[in-house]
Design a protein around this ligand. Structure first.
Ligand code: SF4
Length: 350
């Protein structure tokens, strides 16, 4: 693990990117609000939601796999959570391993509970309310806890996904949120080479959280894509068994397979098994998302694309993306962390 300080010029560029992403984030919120409130009537009705789901959410897993450190530096929610640290007003409570495990488990449960609700609460206004609520929670946790341990490496439900897909990043970038390292969390996901969701084995809660996440997530993703959106919110809330049924069925099947494999293989091979499950989950995501974005399924794609007659292209793209992620995550050999660890605080003040 390398320690590296960022240059002043480099820091200025990252700060500009953080501001830009923050403005873009507010832009996305405004567009989604417009979907429901129609203060810019000339825009199509689902413009904001489509931009959010088909641009940001489409690209996010790929970014986590290739350059998770970049996302960790510029995520607007992460920046929000660290306002208190930047202002020097954070209470900076330290967490022990058990508390870290509890936060990890809650983040995994939040992910499993919240993601299926996307099929229910489809309006732009619902997404805005959810995101603003999450932003307030991130702000509070950043105020209470030290460094990134409250939100970015704590309760953020995206954090387990970053660890799952981001074990073998292409690049290591400076850590622009931590001017010095205060050892807020151990192991630090940003600074540990080839971090995985199972890297923290210190507490039983962490081990359990990583087990249900790595094992269950591929099946959960499959199940999620096989549930249709409900036409109205009321119908969705009245059919929560359907909303959660298939994702939980998929979760149970792959979790059982993961449990069997861990019994068949020796402990030294557990990481390899986990990487196969990571590749399966992200491949499954793009198996469905790439054709739908390009209009290769029966629905029209983004920008009005309709390529549904090219059925063999759909299969070719699916095979290519699956092969790519298995190579990227399972087969490729690289030793890298997401970000360079900054100098430790005590070294700087000594
Ligand atoms: S670099 Fe240090 S302060 Fe920053 S997240 Fe990692 S452990 Fe916490």
């Amino acid at each position: 693990m390398e320690t590296k300080e960022i240059s002043k010029k480099g820091l200025r560029i990252w700060r500009a990117l953080q501001v830009l992403l923050f403005i873009l984030g507010i832009g996305f919120l405004t567009l989604m609000l417009n979907d429901s409130l129609r203060f810019i009537p000339s825009l199509p009705e689902s413009f904001g939601r489509d931009a959010f789901w088909n641009v940001l959410i489409f690209a996010a897993p790929l970014l986590f796999a290739v350059a998770p450190g970049v996302w960790r530096n510029i995520c607007p929610m992460g920046t929000t959570s660290l306002f208190a640290r930047y202002l020097g007003i954070s209470k900076a409570k330290q967490q022990d391993q058990k508390q870290q495990g509890i936060f990890y488990l809650i983040s995994v449960i939040l992910l499993y509970v919240l993601v299926p609700l996307r099929h229910v609460e489809t309006s732009g206004l619902s997404v805005v309310i959810a995101l603003v609520g999450v932003g307030v929670l991130a702000l509070i946790l950043g105020y209470l806890y030290q460094g990134k341990s409250g939100w970015c490496s704590g309760l953020c439900p995206v954090f387990p996904v970053e660890k799952l897909y981001g074990s073998k990043p292409l690049v290591t970038v400076p850590n622009t949120h931590c001017s010095t390292c205060v050892n807020c969390i151990s192991p630090c996901a940003d600074s540990t080479d080839n971090i995985t969701p199972s890297s923290n084995q210190e507490s039983a809660i962490s081990r359990f959280a990583s087990f249900i996440f790595v094992g269950g997530f591929p099946g959960f993703v499959w199940g999620w894509f096989n549930v249709a959106d409900f036409p109205t919110r009321m119908e969705g809330w009245a059919n929560l068994d359907e909303v959660y049924g298939l994702p939980m069925l998929g979760f149970s099947i792959t979790l059982f397979a993961y449990w069997i494999l861990r019994r068949l293989f020796e402990e030294k091979d557990y990481t390899k098994v986990a990487l196969v499950f990571a590749a399966a989950a992200i491949s499954c995501y793009y198996w469905y998302r790439i054709p739908s974005i390009l209009g290769l399924t029966d629905a029209s794609g983004v920008f009005g694309l309709d390529l549904s007659e090219f059925t063999s292209l759909k299969l070719i793209l699916r095979i290519i993306s699956t092969l790519f992620f298995f190579w990227w995550i399972v087969l490729r050999n690289t030793i890298k962390s997401w970000e360079y660890r900054p100098k430790f605080e005590e070294l700087k003040t000594a």
